[in-house]
Design a protein around this ligand. Sequence first.
Ligand SMILES: [Mg+2]
Length: 344
Amino acid sequence: MSDKAIFLDRDDTLIEDPGYINDPEQVKLMDGVPEALIQLKNLGYKLVVVTNQSAVAHGIVTEKVLGDIHDRLKQLLVENNAFLDRIYYCPYHPEGVVPKYRKESNSRKPGPGMLLQAADEMDIDLGQSWCIGNSSRDIEAGLRAGCKTILIDMPPSRQKQLSSPVLPAGVSPDYRAVNIKEVVNIIKKHLRSSSEQEKKIQPTLTDETALTSEADVQVSDLVEPTKQINAQQPALETIEPETKPTKLKIQQSEQNIPTDKTEELLSGILVQLKNMQRAEMFGEFSVMRLLAGVVQIVVLFCLLVTVWFLMSPERQDNLVFIALGFAIIFQLMTLTFYIMQGKK
Ligand SMILES: [Mg+2]
């Protein structure tokens, strides 16, 4: 029986990307990567890195140094009890300066070559596998190989630096995530949802009422793994399994209603709010944020005390001003903590 795998992009997915990395000392794991890889491994997936390394073709790094960089990556992961099964890289680029590596290659993402090679060499079932990355090339390579795909959205600050959109028209990932922690969450929910759907099939066949009410769910799920690279549908969002049928029904009904610009604007705002909420949910724990929350509670307490002094029959203005003063001071502290957390 074939294995299933998670194909992972390297730069800005597993390690920070300062540009071209040409020294093992530059390798720095991104937040939450070892923990995420451990969880994905525990779900039964092989972990395979597939990375474009045109720096080799451009003469910036040799294959020997690239090997050292990947050894450093594996070492950092092992120190955190995480392990990769294999790393595939494509050193080619059509405009490279090193003749040996100057060529087009199907292995270079968005080509699916590395994924297909891994499937062949490691006996991987691509239909059960996922391709994860932060660029359209990762998504396109995964789609062309027949995998499910998750795009890790770049922070807005990075997106502004790009001259072209992250996702060109027609490239649509199955899911989007704010970071690798949410990737794990999406895959877990997908697996849970799939097993629940399998369980539902038997009761559905014997219960006509259930068959009618759940017909939309089954149709939606058949449509869900969007693999058509040229599909016109916008990227699917992360969908809670519990609410998926409802959301998909809404999407279906929306197809019959002409959408004007206001609706597009509102849905855009909704997506941004969801992303912000997810970023909060899967963000790193912050001492500053915790302090801000605690001090904010103290502010509310001071305001309550102020009101109590105001309502008191033996009202003393001095005490009211003191309590109000403390509330203002603590509120300023809260704002300071939030600002410091944002600049972390
Ligand atoms: Mg990348």
